[in-house]
Structures are given as C-alpha cells and as structure tokens.
Design a protein around this ligand. Structure first.
Ligand code: UFG
Length: 336
C-alpha cells in the first residue's frame, strides 16, 4: 500500500505491537498518542524494532485541529484506530469520559478522514460487546449485549462505522473484536506496562511472580466450567498485531465494512493460565479463591473462522508462548 498508516494509540500496549508489525511488513507507521496511558520511552524502542524512524504526533484523538494537521502533513493511506479508554471498572465511574473518548474520538477521526479522502480504517473493538454469549464458540453474528459502559461505547462506535459504510460505500472498514490479548514482543523491548495495579490476569501474574504483588485472588471457584474458574480466549499480542496488518491488506482489495473476531478459538481457565505461567517462570504463584468479580461471565471463546477465511490469519502462538513472552518482558523490567 502506498502511503503511511496512522496508528492512533500507537504507543499503547496493543498499538505498539501493531506499529512494529506494520514496519516489519514494509508499511510506514505514524503514531498519534496523547500518552495518557503510555510512555514516551516506547518510541525509540519502536524505531529500533521497526528498523525505521517513526513520526510521532502527541495529541488527543478528539483534537480535530491536530488530526487535520496530521492528515495534511503526512501522506496517510489508512488508519488503525486503537486510541481509547479501556478499563471496564473505570468506565462505570466515568461514563462521560468513556463515551467522549471512545465514541466522540471515533467520530472526530472519521470526520477528518472523510475530509482528507482517506477511506481505510481498522477499528479496535472488543469481545466484550457480546456480554454473556448463548453459543460457544462465539460467532460475529451473536447478539450484542454489552454489560458495561466500556462495552456499550465499543458497540456504539461499531454501529457508527457500519452506518457510515452503509451511507457511503467508499469506506473500507475492518472492525476487529479482540478476545483476551496477552503476552509481549519476544524481544522483551515492548509489552504491557500498566501504570496502576494491573487488573488483567497475565500482567497480574507477572507482578506476583516478580514479588511485586502479593497473591492472586481467583475470582470464583464455582463457575460452570471444567475446574470452576472462568474461561477466556487468550491470544498473543503478536498474533493480534499481525491480524491488523492482514486486515489492512484485506481492505486494499475489499470495500465496505467487515466485522471479525480475533481469538485463538479455544478457551483456557484461570487455573490453566496459572499453571502455564508457573511453568514459564519456574516459580509458584500464590493464590486464593475469592468471590466472583461483578460483571464477569463464566466462559467465552471466539469462533475466529471468518478472520481465518477472509484475512488468511490465524492465532498460532499458544498459551505457553504467551506466558514465556510476558515473563521475559517482566524480567526485563516490565515497564518503560
Ligand atoms: N481473574 C482473576 N483474578 C484477577 C484478575 C482476573 O481470577 O485478579 C480472572 C477473571 O475473573 C477472568 C480471567 O481471569 O475469568 C480474565 O480476566 P481479565 O481481567 O484478564 O480479562 P476479562 O476477560 O475480564 O476482560 C478482558 C479485557 C476487557 C474486555 C473483556 C471482554 O480486559 O477490556 O476482556 O472481552 F472488555
């Protein structure tokens, strides 16, 4: 594809891996980030891993003046839109911020893309739009019943993008519903670096194994699953990043909107992840069983067959690799 790819939120956990995957696939990534949940120190690492200079625009994705200037100054051919607020708990306390950034930011971006005549967009959505699914594995056609403010902002942004495409078939939009991204780049140069206490399972296991957090509270031992703990579809962030590169390639050939699950297509329980992590780090993870976390569901995992078929993409790195790469990142410091 001629022209650069703008990655909003490109300094964040998922965005940074996408930037490296794009550079390695021969694209010219540009990062737009406001560093509200990321670190400037990631930039030289992205340039080292990507093997090229990476232009940076420090701006909020709702800042239409900055967006307009970015599209004016750079020959942008497509956008990967990762910038957004993503904490389920925080969203319940700050609905205005979540709606404004996640929905308002997507509208602002689409408006400026329209002005600039850039039609290719890959959007970061989440499997959380499904809520508790009736059918497993979850197909893209499953009903959308998000249980959180965060999930409802993602569903609305998705609806908006599909509406745009219905009204103007020039748009080329891939909406990607991530299941549970985890792990880190195998170089241990980039990874997930939560500033607050991690809430997600794998970063928490990293901190516990490193002695930086006490013990894991396993949220529920009585879920209707094989061992009583919650089941999720963990996919390696490198596989996820490659899915975005594949989606951009797909949009070169196909107009309209496509909505795709990105997952392994297989579920792992909390205890299975704990055991895999213990094998990866060679240490025992202290844990206790605790009450269920409000809003959690028993289990879900993706039907990724549409992404397999349309993108020629498949998540190939297993849970052992996810844990080994997450642990290597933690041992390298686990932060910027
Ligand atoms: N878990 C624990 N203890 C913890 C943290 C998590 O037992 O301290 C369990 C959870 O109950 C769940 C599993 O580990 O069964 C995974 O939990 P995460 O918080 O890592 O992930 P979730 O599936 O809850 O949430 C993730 C993303 C959200 C997204 C959601 C739905 O973090 O952004 O998937 O796709 F909305």
């Amino acid at each position: 594809m001629d022209g650069a790819i703008l990655v909003t939120g490109g300094a964040g956990y998922i965005g940074s891996h996408i930037v490296v995957a794009l550079a390695q696939a021969g694209h010219t990534p540009i990062v737009l980030d406001d560093f509200s949940n990321s670190a400037l120190d990631v930039m030289p690492r992205l340039e080292a891993l990507g093997g090229r200079p990476i232009p940076l625009i420090v701006a909020d994705v709702r800042d239409m003046v900055a967006l307009r200037r970015t599209f004016h100054d750079h020959p942008i051919a497509g956008v990967v839109h990762c910038a957004g607020l993503k904490s389920v708990g925080e969203g319940e306390e700050r609905p205005l911020a979540y709606w404004d950034v996640n929905v308002g930011g997507t509208i602002a971006l689409a408006e400026i893309m329209g002005e600039a005549g850039v039609a290719r967009l890959v959007f970061s959505s989440s499997a959380t739009v499904y809520g508790q699914p009736d059918v497993l594995p979850v197909p893209e056609t499953a009903p959308l019943r998000p249980q959180s403010v965060y999930g409802r902002t993602k569903r609305t942004a998705e609806d908006f993008l599909r509406d745009l495409t219905r009204a103007n078939p020039n748009w080329r939009i891939a909406i990607l519903r991530y299941f549970n991204p985890a792990g880190a780049h195998p170089s241990a140069r980039i990874g997930e670096a939560p500033t607050a206490r991690p809430q997600n399972l794998v970063p928490l296991l990293c901190r516990i194994a490193a002695g930086e957090a006490p013990q894991l509270a396993i949220y529920g031992s009585d879920w209707p699953t094989s061992d009583g703990t919650g089941v999720r579809d963990y996919l390696h962030v490198q596989d996820l990043a490659e899915g975005h590169v594949a989606a951009l390639g797909f949009l070169s050939e196909n107009a309209g909107a496509v909505t795709l699950n990105l997952g392994m297509g297989r579920g792992s329980s909390v205890l299975e992840v704990v055991h895999a992590f213990e094998r990866a780090c060679g240490r025992r993870i202290a844990r206790v069983f605790a009450a269920r976390r409000p809003g959690d569901v028993a289990r879900y995992y993706a039907d990724p067959s549409a992404a397999n078929r349309l993108l020629g993409w498949r998540a190939s790195r297993d849970l052992a690799t996810i844990c080994a790469d997450a642990w290597r990142w933690q041992q390298a410091g686990g932060r910027y």
